[in-house]
Design a protein around this ligand. Structure first.
Ligand code: KG4
Ligand code: ZN
Length: 365
């Protein structure tokens, strides 16, 4: 099955063509980072307007790159997408949530329009489930060796721990009560005057600090109490809070302003250790309690070099197969959307009547 996928839930406009769940025929991503940089965060109206400008070109490029036999094909030479290319696509998939409403609406409407015009089925994809699928792209795993799987989605908007007993079955077991891990890093970088997005900048600066010094500044571990009002049915020991960590950083910097680049790097390394450590502690607990065959970690923060090292150590110790996405598939992309849809995931049926769902939970297909 070949699927054209479209993604526009936040600040990336993306389209991709994927065959049978894992074979990426094309993946085109337009990142809006430079548009939002001056504001230190995503500005929803700028995001949706940019999606509108870029979406048709991005979709067109994804289809041409997927099916053209010429790797150097000049897009400008192909004014019309050849009907033979369209004919090979079996279905159209789009992200319908979660994300920014004004961003989601652009990609989801484009997917609807293409489905109507082409008469092909429309598959609605949950962005968080797609992040978990991203680890499968380009890899030929035997599915029988992957489940039960522990899934972790860690990005600028989400930090969720998910139990997956079988493909396309998702039970949320832990999550952040406030900021996402990526958001905690981005806000810290802003506070330290480093720039946007903060995650990669903090990651880079932290690498210069030796492992033995990364706990010198004692940041809180983000544990929550058993009766936390937002934990609901989740296991509180698998949940975390990052807002206290941010406050602790603010106070630390106020009382002890870093005097040199090395001191700033040290603050970054200790803060990153706390953010990443809180997550890895929860994952370790979840792995201990259950018999998982694999751990799948997706989302922009899964690019973090320290997180990757700690996860490798944990999985080696726990005898669990670690699945991480290729760097190009960690952040928002459409290959994960087309991939999940062409692997049998997503919502089918009367999807043309489906609205975008900004607060969609990970367990809703
Ligand atoms: O998945 P993503 O592209 O978009 C969302 O769905 O949120 O994730 C973006 C987040 C940002 O918070 C960014 O700072 C973070 O991923 N990020 C990183 C790294 N690269 C991106 N965080 C830590 N280390 C990195 N190397
Ligand atoms: Zn995402």
């Amino acid at each position: 099955m070949i699927v054209l996928g479209i993604e526009s839930s936040c600040d990336e406009t993306a389209a991709s063509v994927v065959r049978n769940g894992t074979e990426v025929l094309s993946s085109v991503i337009f990142s809006q980072v430079s548009l939002h940089q001056p504001y230190g965060g995503v500005v929803p109206e700028i995001a949706s307007r940019s999606h509108i400008e870029k979406i048709s070109g991005v979709v067109r490029e994804a289809i041409i790159r997927a099916f053209s036999t010429d790797p150097d094909v000049e897009l400008a030479d192909l004014k019309v997408i050849p009907p033979a290319y369209w004919a090979q696509i079996d279905a159209i998939a789009g992200t319908y949530g979660p994300g920014l409403a004004s961003s989601l609406i652009v990609g989801w409407s484009a997917a609807k329009g293409i489905a109507v015009a082409s008469g092909k089925p429309l598959i609605a994809i949950n962005h968080l489930q797609a992040h978990l699928h991203s680890v499968r792209l380009g890899n030929d795993y035997d599915e029988a060796t992957l489940y039960p799987q522990l899934g972790v989605c860690v990005s600028g908007g989400h930090t969720s721990i998910i139990d997956c007993q079988a493909p396309n079955e998702y039970t949320l077991i832990g999550q952040t009560m406030d900021d996402a891990a990526g958001e905690a890093l981005d806000k810290a970088a802003k506070l330290l005057g480093l720039g946007y997005p903060g995650g990669p900048l903090i990651d880079k600066l932290s690498r210069d600090i030796p492992e033995s010094e990364r706990k010198d500044i004692p940041f809180p571990k983000g544990r929550i109490s058993a009766n936390h009002p937002l934990a609901g049915d989740l296991r509180h020991e698998l949940c975390m809070s990052y807002s206290g960590l941010k406050t602790a950083l603010m106070l630390y910097v106020k009382n002890t302003p870093p005097q040199s680049e090395t001191e700033t790097a040290k603050v970054c390394a200790c803060y990153q250790e706390a953010v990443v450590g809180a997550l890895v502690d929860r994952i370790a607990l979840a792995l201990k309690a259950n018999l998982y065959q694999s751990l799948a970690v997706g989302g922009g923060v899964s690019l973090n070099s320290r997180l990757r090292v700690l996860l490798e150590r944990l999985c080696a110790k726990s005898n669990v197969q670690l699945l991480l996405a290729a760097p190009a598939n960690c952040g928002d992309n459409a290959a994960m959307i087309a991939g999940l849809a062409s692997q049998g995931g997503g919502r089918k049926g009367d999807t043309l009547a489906l609205d975008v769902f900004p607060s969609l939970e990970v367990f809703i297909v």
